[in-house]
Design a protein around this ligand. Structure first.
Ligand code: HEC
Length: 292
């Protein structure tokens, strides 16, 4: 009987190992399949993991970086991408601007308001409680101006693009969560434009990028080039740096309370540890005089 149980157990272990190896192999084969002309897996390349100040247990935003990211967004991306859910006033606490700076920043924008007493809509200067106005009046207009593909809204994009991690990383992710998939993806996408490999045709009006999540080419042309945005804090004016800064900014836009969340999580863990100690001591003292 004992032999049988041991036999079954070792079979299960062998089967488990085999399955793991097969999964890992399947993953590697994904890339080759594409080269052989079979249905490819998108994205063709997985984004590389970057170092972010907001990663990990004590992660926090680098306000200087967020300010640079905002500059990249306003000077480049906002021509096409809206950010409907973000109000100007959140820049004050989030990016470390003063009240007056936020007021001045908002005043650069015009928003629709109304109706007035005559029942008409009118344009006025934006105030801190307004949200970033959209570059296009509606989705259809946005798509018509961009080869049929509407540029997605940026409010939550850094949270909406997580990349599947596969085996074995997802096992480790249970213990040390990986929450930077969005910014890693955006950075990879912005720096990943390249000439299509020989023999690969991309559709008219699309641009080859092996990091794009749902095809080998997308309707957005490479939006960044070196020296395009002027930084006044001495940070390098390169595509890589712009991509890094705007990705961090988009992470902040999607999750402005990340620092509070991490702090609370840490305090909860400390509290639980202390509580465990107290419960253990209580148990010891309650049963101290009992016969075992
Ligand atoms: C000229 C217009 C234009 C500009 C400027 C622009 N984009 Fe885009 N973007 C698009 C369009 C169009 C799409 C949709 C592409 C598609 O689905 O094929 C898009 C899609 C994206 C996506 C989503 C990709 C996905 O996974 O679906 C991201 C992220 C993005 N843009 C980031 C940026 C950033 C960051 C900037 C500024 C540095 C920027 N874009 C500037 C037009 C633009």
């Amino acid at each position: 009987m004992k032999k049988l149980v041991t036999g079954i157990l070792s079979l299960a272990v062998v089967a488990g190992l085999g399955l793991g190896a097969a999964l890992a192999q399947g993953e590697e084969a994904g890339g080759e399949e594409h080269a052989a002309g079979a249905t490819p897996h998108y994205p063709l390349h997985k984004p590389e993991q970057q170092d972010w100040t907001f990663a990990g247990l004590f992660g926090h935003y680098d306000k200087g970086q967020l300010q640079r990211g905002l500059k990249v967004y306003t000077e480049v991306c906002s021509a096409c991408h809206s950010m409907d859910l973000v109000a100007f006033r959140t820049l004050e606490h989030g990016l470390g601007y003063s009240d007056a700076q936020v007021k001045a920043f908002a005043a650069n924008y015009e928003v629709q308001d109304g109706p007035n007493g005559d029942g008409e809509m009118f344009a006025r200067k934006a105030v801190p409680s307004d949200h970033f106005p959209a570059p296009f009046p509606n989705k259809e207009a946005a798509a018509a101006a961009n080869n049929g593909a509407a540029p997605p809204d940026f409010s939550l994009i850094a949270k909406a693009r997580g990349i599947e991690r596969g085996f074995p990383q997802f096992v480790f992710d249970i213990f040390w969560p990986y929450q930077e998939g969005g910014p890693d993806y955006i950075h990879a996408l912005l720096t990943g434009y390249q000439e299509p490999p020989e023999g690969v045709q991309v559709a008219e009006g699309t641009h080859y990028n092996p990091y794009f999540v749902s095809a080998s080419a997308l309707a957005m042309a490479k939006p960044l080039s070196d020296d395009q945005v002027t930084y006044d804090d001495g940070a390098p004016q390169t595509v890589d740096q712009y991509a890094r800064d705007v990705s961090a900014f988009l992470m902040w836009a999607a999750e402005p309370h990340l620092e509070d969340r991490k702090r609370t999580g840490f305090m909860v863990m400390v509290f639980l540890l202390i509580l465990t100690g107290l419960v253990y001591l209580t148990k010891k003292s309650v049963y101290a005089n009992k016969e075992h």
